[in-house]
Structures are given as structure tokens and as C-alpha cells.
Design a protein around this ligand. Structure first.
Ligand code: NAD
Ligand code: UDP
Length: 338
């Protein structure tokens, strides 16, 4: 089976590529490297000892994407090629709507014209919005998002549902990720944010390696057990394995299916800081700062459905997540720009 990974050079895509190749599937990566590096492709090949067909292209460029799909004939497309910086999406909403929605429509149109029927989508827990109760279950409705990034995920899920309604042969799997962290255990691929990291774990890793002086914890008076926000952190290799299961599922089913990919066990920001310190024997300097606009106090997944239907479960511990993050960061202090 051959899988086309749109945005496959990025953080989650590169780890998924390793997982798919190790399972004996063929991988095609299409990426414009707007938030990644072609070095990731070399590293994927190095880890797996297998060849990746890689193309530099913007997924909004329909002519190019059509040619690539026609030439490579994938059985399934996984769509990772989104812009994902929440704060930037507030400043530049049109850039986010254009990129994230246009890429989705372009992929679907090319697939339709070429008779490719299986689609796996990188969605997010953010589509549960601000009003749903926790833990989040797939049967809950999508509710209002707090930023344009979240709305793009909301809208793309709707577009995919409508496309599947109109074409009974289409198989769509919507994967709602919780908080992916960690890296492949080799330390050869990992998360390499450009500029100042927005997310917690890469920020901690950059403090550990000396690129940042200290972490600012956004708020310490939330109504949580230690006053800091709680999230459902999941090892990126567990997440990658969820994609393998989703691709196999999509091949055997039609219509739309939604799965939460999380552990079901939340950790607070302070717990993550201390877990990183304990796992790696490094002190992380931190200060408490203002709350970040749009942050919810806590949320986590009900991950039962993925277990029951896909036979998937996250099994790596928070210690492994912290250890693998540090293994990547200390061996690649400047990410792929060493
Ligand atoms: P990433 O930025 O590392 O990877 C995205 C990749 O897509 C990058 O390689 C980028 O260069 C590429 N890309 C973006 N727009 C493109 C375009 N128009 N044409 C070609 N390539 C393009 O991000 P990630 O963390 O790997 O996330 C992958 C997907 O998962 C995104 O859609 C993101 O919104 C979603 N997601 C991520 C998280 C998270 O915490 N990392 C959580 C929920 C959902
Ligand atoms: N966070 C923080 N300092 C940072 C980055 C994040 O305190 O520099 C907190 C943030 O408020 C949230 C948690 O860490 O409670 C996870 O944030 P992240 O951006 O990684 O993921 P989110 O859940 O917001 O998508």
C-alpha cells in the first residue's frame, strides 16, 4: 500500500513516515518546507533504511499536486499540510484560511479526478470548542473555537464530511490529536519549531539546551489541582502508530469516522516541568506569567473509541516523552540547522 503524506516533512508527518515505512508501506512526501526541512527526509530514510519519494510542492498548487498523484498513484492521502500557530492565526487569519482550506480542497479534487478514495486528516481537540464537558468524546458536537486556526480545523472537518456524503466510495478518517510531544527514540527526527516556540515542550527543551533563559508558565490560578493548565500529552510515536491504524481502517471502510488520539491522562504544566527535570536530571528555570488568551483550564481525551475500533492505544509514558524530547534536542540543539 502506498501513502501520500501532504506535509510529511513536518513534526508529526516525519514520525508517521517512519512508522508507515517500518510497517512495510510505501511513502510519498509532498511538502513546500514552509515549516520544515528537507533534512527530515534524509533522516527518515536513515532511520528506516528505506527510500521515500519526496516532492517539493505547495499543496495549494493543483496542477503540481495532480501530476504528483498521477505519477505516484497513492492508495491513501494523509493531510498534515496545515499552518498551526494559534497566535499567528489571530494576526493573519486569511493566510490560515487560505492555506488550510485550500490545501484540503485541492487534495480532495485531485483525488476525485484520479479515483483515490482514502483520506486521513490531522484534526485537533480544538474542534471540541470552549463549551463541551471533559473528557471529550467523539459523539460531542464541534463547538465554537477560540481562534482562526481552530476554525480552519472545524471547517475542514465539515468539508470532508460533505465530500463523503456526496461520494459513497470515499473513506475519511478524522484524527483529533491532543498534545503531541516527544521524538523518535533515535533522536534523529523531532520537533523543530522556527523562531520562539509556541508550545510547551519545545520551549522547555530550548530552556534545557540553553537557547532560552527560562520558561514562562501562563497562569497559576486556574481552577486545577496546582493552578496550572492540564492537557493530554501523547508521545508522537504513539500518535504515528494511530495513523498506521487509521490508514488500514480507511482501506476497509467507507464514510466518515472520527477518533480522538490521546492518552486520557492529563498532566499540568508544573507536572510536565518536573517530569522533564526528573527524567533528564536537568533543572528548568521557570516563572509564572499572565494567562494566555484563549487557553482552557483543562481538557483530555476519552480514548475508548480508538481502542475499541482501531485497536490502538497510547502506551508510552510521560518519562519516555520527556526523555525522547531531550535526546532529540541535545543531539540537535539547533534542530535540523546544525
Ligand atoms: P508541522 O508544521 O511540523 O508540519 C506541517 C507540514 O506541512 C510542514 O512540513 C509544512 O512545511 C507543511 N506545509 C504547510 N502548508 C503547506 C502547503 N501549503 N504545501 C505544502 N506543505 C505545507 O506541524 P505538525 O505539528 O507536524 O502538524 C501536522 C498537522 O497536525 C497540522 O495540520 C496541524 O494543524 C495538526 N495538529 C498538530 C498538533 C500539534 O500539536 N503539533 C495538534 C493538533 C493538530
Ligand atoms: N504553556 C506555558 N508556557 C509556554 C507554552 C505553553 O505555560 O511557553 C502552557 C499553555 O498555557 C498550556 C500548556 O502549556 O496550558 C500547553 O500549551 P501548548 O501551546 O503546548 O498546547 P495547547 O494545549 O495550547 O495546544
Amino acid at each position: 500500500m502506498k501513502i501520500l503524506l501532504a506535509g510529511g516533512a513536518g513534526y508529526i508527518g516525519s514520525h508517521t513516515a517512519v512508522e508507515l515505512l517500518n510497517a512495510g508501506l510505501e511513502v510519498v512526501i509532498v511538502d513546500n518546507y514552509c515549516n520544515s526541512s528537507p533534512v527530515a527526509i534524509e533522516r527518515i530514510e536513515e532511520i528506516t533504511g528505506k527510500k521515500v519519494e519526496a516532492f517539493e510542492a505547495d499543496i495549494k498548487d493543483k496542477e503540481k499536486v495532480f501530476e504528483i498523484m498521477k505519477q505516484t498513484k497513492p492508495d491513501c492521502v494523509i493531510h498534515f499540510a496545515g499552518l498551526k500557530a494559534v497566535g499567528e492565526s489571530v494576526q493573519l487569519p486569511l493566510k490560515y484560511y487560505r492555506n488550510n482550506i485550500d490545501t484540503t480542497i485541492t487534495l480532495l479534487e485531485c483525488m476525485e479526478e484520479l479515483g483515490i478514495k482514502n483520506f486521513v486528516f490531522s484534526s485537533s481537540a480544538t474542534v471540541y470548542g470552549e463549551e463541551n464537558d471533559i473528557p471529550y468524546v467523539e459523539t460531542m458536537r464541534r463547538l465554537s473555537c477560540s481562534n482562526p486556526y481552530g476554525w480552519t480545523k472545524y471547517m475542514m472537518e465539515q468539508i470532508l464530511e460533505d465530500a463523503a456524503k456526496a461520494d459513497s466510495e470515499l473513506s475519511v478518517v478524522l484524527l483529533r490529536y491532543f498534545n503531541p510531544i516527544g521524538a523518535h527514540e533515535s533522536g534523529r527526527i523531532g520537533e523543530d519549531p522556527q523562531g520562539i516556540p509556541n508550545n510547551l515542550m519545545p520551549y522547555i527543551a530550548q530552556v534545557a539546551v540553553g537557547r532560552r533563559d527560562h520558561l514562562t508558565i501562563f497562569g497559576n490560578d486556574y481552577e486545577t489541582k496546582d493552578g496550572t493548565c492540564r492537557r493530554d500529552y501523547i508521545h508522537v510515536m504513539d500518535l504515528a502508530n494511530g495513523h498506521l491504524k487509521a490508514v488500514l481502517y480507511a482501506d476497509q471502510h467507507k464514510g466518515v469516522e472520527v477518533f480522538n488520539l490521546g492518552t486520557g491522562n492529563p498532566f499540568s504544566v508544573l507536572e510536565i516541568v518536573h517530569a522533564f527535570e526528573n527524567a533528564n536530571g536537568i533543572e528548568i528555570k521557570y516563572e509564572f506569567g499572565e494567562k494566555r488568551a484563549g487557553d482552557l483550564p483543562e481538557f483530555w481525551a476519552n480514548a475508548d473509541k480508538a481502542k475499541e475500533v482501531l485497536g490502538w492505544e497510547a502506551n508510552r509514558t510521560i518519562e519516555e516523552m520527556c526523555r525522547d524530547t531531550w535526546n532529540w534536542q541535545k543531539n540537535n540543539p539547533n534542530g535540523y540547522n546544525n
